[in-house]
Ligand binder design. Structure first.
Ligand SMILES: [Zn+2]
Length: 425
């Protein structure tokens, strides 16, 4: 494996292995993990911890803001008035549902702007994670708004169509439609939507492309090309993915990974991404979300009926098929998703850990993997408490990731390219 990387080393950062993580008879995974974590300067650690811990509070503020806004739209009859205006223009037709949605989305976009500008732009810039000017960032937000108007509008029209026709079983069919939209987003989004925000080009350098395709073939991934994306347009964060289905499969590396990581770290990250693909994580996540959505839509139906019996007349909402009910529906779903945050985090984090183990074992680059975990530690707390990680982390912490790599290294040193006491394999 070393041969594949030799001619790359000149162009990219070389792998740095701390003294205590060097292979040898006294190798100890705990000591090696600590040595890696200690390469972070205290000031860098403080900044990363404060950025990530601030994110915990943002989950709460976002939830409270959305909930209060929904209640205000109902109590002040703004929601009912938006419905009246939409129906005056189009009659009580599906188009009125879209017109209601467009008003709702534009209004919440404007009212939520102070929070989203702070969260998405100023806070990112304050922590040195933002590479965009405000104008460029705003253009991206407007593109997302446009997608929300079109795709979100289609989803809302489909859901209300079901609610109006299937009075007794709408919650089951609505959950099904929501899952179909989720699948479309997960499977074709990276291929068709992501290029609206970034430029994707074929990775021409055979020194990087060929080892990646070799590992892809080893693992039965039908990709014939590797793409590069200009993620540095937005930030310095490293990332990669394997996406698409039915002939759109592709492997994508972002330019930050190519520029900032050693060849060993690139291979470790690619191994991780391939793990998601080989372990069918997208399909397993869809299966889980189907169960979650089925439960949530049943609770939504109960919550809507209960609330409308009490306050429907006061909020001037006709029934559950009235588009003016949308803020109430989103309020109920918001509460359910907020409560389920630790469950969703744990599910995602478990898949990420599985992909980690697959990636370390496939790439055989435990030190490259540790390097990547440290790069991710720039914006993810490296060494959290046990319960903090279980409840609030949607990816394993740097500590967990580096320890898995160092444990692999201790148990499989003869397989690692860093040392080869077993001779030619
Ligand atoms: Zn992952």
């Amino acid at each position: 494996m070393l041969l594949c990387f030799c001619f790359l080393l000149g162009a990219q950062p070389a792998l740095q292995v701390p003294e205590a993580a060097q292979p040898g008879p006294g190798f100890n995974p705990e000591t090696a993990t600590r040595a890696y974590l200690d390469t972070f300067k205290p000031s860098e650690k403080t900044r990363s911890d404060s950025y990530f811990e601030g994110g915990y509070w943002l989950i709460l503020w976002d939830f409270l803001f959305a909930s209060i806004l929904s209640l205000l739209l109902l109590e002040t009859h703004v929601s009912a008035r938006m419905r009246e205006w939409a129906e005056r223009w189009t009659g009580n037709k599906p188009l009125a549902i879209w017109l209601y949605w467009a008003q709702y989305l534009l209004l919440t976009f404007v009212l939520g702007a102070p929070l989203s500008v702070y969260e998405g732009f100023f806070r990112e810039r304050q922590y040195g994670l933002m590479n965009q000017t405000f104008a460029a960032w705003l253009v991206d937000q407007l593109k997302s708004l446009g997608l929300g108007l079109v795709l979100g509008g289609l989803l809302v029209m489909a859901l209300f169509g079901i609610v109006r026709r299937l009075h007794r079983s709408w919650h089951i069919w609505a959950a099904g439609v929501a899952i179909v939209f989720l699948m479309i987003g997960a499977l074709i989004g990276p291929v068709f939507i992501a290029p609206m925000f970034n430029k994707y080009t074929l990775l021409a350098d055979p020194g990087i492309r060929d080892p990646i395709l070799r590992i892809a073939r080893q693992n039965g991934i039908p990709a014939t090309n590797v793409y590069q994306v200009d993620a540095s347009r937005q930030s310095n964060r490293i990332s990669a993915n394997v996406s698409g289905f039915l002939g759109t499969e592709r492997i994508t590396l972002n330019d930050n990974l190519l520029r900032r990581a050693s060849p060993q770290a690139i291979m470790a990250v690619m191994g991780h991404e391939m793990g998601h693909y080989v372990l069918n994580h997208v399909y397993k996540m869809i299966a889980f979300m189907t169960i979650l959505y089925a439960a949530f839509f049943a609770l939504l139906r109960w919550g809507l009926d209960w609330s409308l019996t009490r306050w429907g007349a006061r909020w001037r909402i006709r029934d559950v098929g009235d588009p003016a009910v949308l803020p109430l529906a989103l309020l109920i779903l918001g509460v359910l998703f907020f409560i389920a945050t630790p469950i969703q985090n744990t599910l995602t984090r478990t898949q990420e850990y599985e992909a980690d183990i697959f990636g370390i074992n496939t790439s055989r680059q435990p030190d490259g993997f540790a390097e990547a975990a440290l790069l991710l530690g720039e914006y993810r707390k490296l060494d959290p408490g046990k319960w903090e990680e279980i409840i609030l982390f949607d990816h394993p912490s740097g500590h967990t990731r580096i320890f898995s790599a160092m444990r692999w290294k201790a148990e499989n040193q003869c397989l690692s390219s860093a040392v080869d006491p077993c001779g030619e394999r």
